[in-house]
Design a protein around this ligand. Structure first.
Ligand code: 1HN
Length: 351
């Protein structure tokens, strides 16, 4: 188009509202009325920063043990609902988080679904989760995967109530409208593979012969990344001075076959911070769920200060500026949808 054909004096005469009403009847709307809201200059998260204190959560969770059985509930889980997204079963726009309780003698029956899950064990001993035939005993701090469509059931043959954090990509799966789920005839899977089998096979510098990059393209084969194996690594990093000014002495849980994240939709980290650590300000587009595994500290998110201790869960929404401050040597677990954003080429950070 030549410049001459542009009409700078284009004459606007019509009644806008009457026009909007007319196009609305045909399921159309004017983009120009909403453009600034739908294409923002920066991410405008609908989520709020929030903290769930474990002493309160545990008390309420144990009360749930009196209100409903694991059998009736299918999964006895209290959803951690973002205060700005109540009723939507989500902690961030893309992720679900909840606390699950399994009482002594109970089982949570085998099922499978498209949503992938991770579990971080918080409290109590003696429970297991069976994933794809591997019976993983659950110890505090263990990071356990239940990838897309993996059959899984839980049980507690021990004497104590056991609680863990569940994080699922369910809001992402539902965003794409791709949810499927099935149950099995047997309540519990046959567990032919012993505890720790997948970590030994795939996380020891060897791989079962024939394993290729494609075999585990979108998920790690490892079921349980035990705290007993991961904690000493971050301790060594801290001792060696490998401490990031924002993230501390941090490891990324990885798929040992590809080196990528553990799953396509969710990625997780474990970080150790020295006493007195004052983190630099940081922002990233992946709204992040943190869990204090050990220690005490606070995290400033915008104007809000979240003071946390062991097993407290807190959430930092997308693009909210935050910085950690450690009262003592502390361990933070974190998980977000970063792998999905990276795969789509839309992840950003600002240090
Ligand atoms: C689920 O299947 C489990 O298997 C936990 O333990 C939490 C939250 C939403 C949907 C399915 C589990 C869940 C879930």
């Amino acid at each position: 188009m030549s410049v001459a054909t542009l009409d700078p004096k284009h004459n606007v005469t019509g009644n806008r509202q009457a026009y909007y009403d007319k196009i609305s009847k045909k399921d159309m709307a004017p983009l120009w009325e909403v453009l600034r809201n739908v294409v923002t200059k920066e991410p405008k998260s609908k989520c709020s920063p929030n903290l769930w204190k474990f002493d309160e959560v545990k008390k309420l969770m144990l009360e749930a043990g009196d209100v409903i059985s694991a059998e009736e509930a299918e999964r006895r889980v209290l959803v951690l609902e973002n205060p700005s997204l109540r009723g939507q079963s989500r902690i961030t726009n893309s992720l679900f988080a909840g606390i699950q309780l399994i009482m002594p003698g109970e089982i949570a029956e085998a099922h499978q679904h498209v949503s992938s899950a991770i579990r971080l064990v918080l409290d109590g001993n003696g429970a297991y989760t069976a994933v794809e035939g591997e019976k993983a005993s659950m110890a505090r701090g263990d990071f356990i995967l239940t990838p897309n469509w993996a059959p899984h059931d839980h049980g507690n043959p021990g004497k104590e109530p056991v609680m863990w954090l569940d994080v699922l990509d369910m809001p992402t799966v539902n965003h794409f409208e791709t949810s499927f789920m099935t149950h099995f005839d047997e309540k519990a899977q046959n567990t032919a593979r012993q505890d720790g089998d997948s970590l030994d096979r795939y996380g020891s510098g060897v791989l079962p012969d024939g394993t290729t990059l494609d075999t585990f393209k979108t998920r790690s084969p490892v079921i349980n990344y035990t705290y007993a194996r991961t904690k000493p690594i971050i301790e060594r990093m801290l001792k060696a001075g490998d401490v990031d000014p924002v993230h501390g002495a941090r490891v990324r849980y990885s798929n040992p076959v590809t080196g990528g994240h553990v799953m396509a939709t969710m990625g997780a980290y474990l970080a150790l911070f020295p006493k007195g650590f004052k983190g630099k300000d940081y922002q990233s587009t992946d709204g992040t769920i943190f869990v204090c595994v050990e220690g005490h500290g606070s995290t400033k998110v915008g104007d809000k200060v979240l003071e946390w201790g062991p097993n407290d869960v807190f959430v930092v929404p997308s693009w909210h500026k935050y910085a950690h401050d450690m009262n003592e040597e502390s361990v933070l677990f974190s998980i977000s949808d970063k792998p999905a954003q990276e795969a789509l080429g839309i992840w950003r950070e600002k240090k």
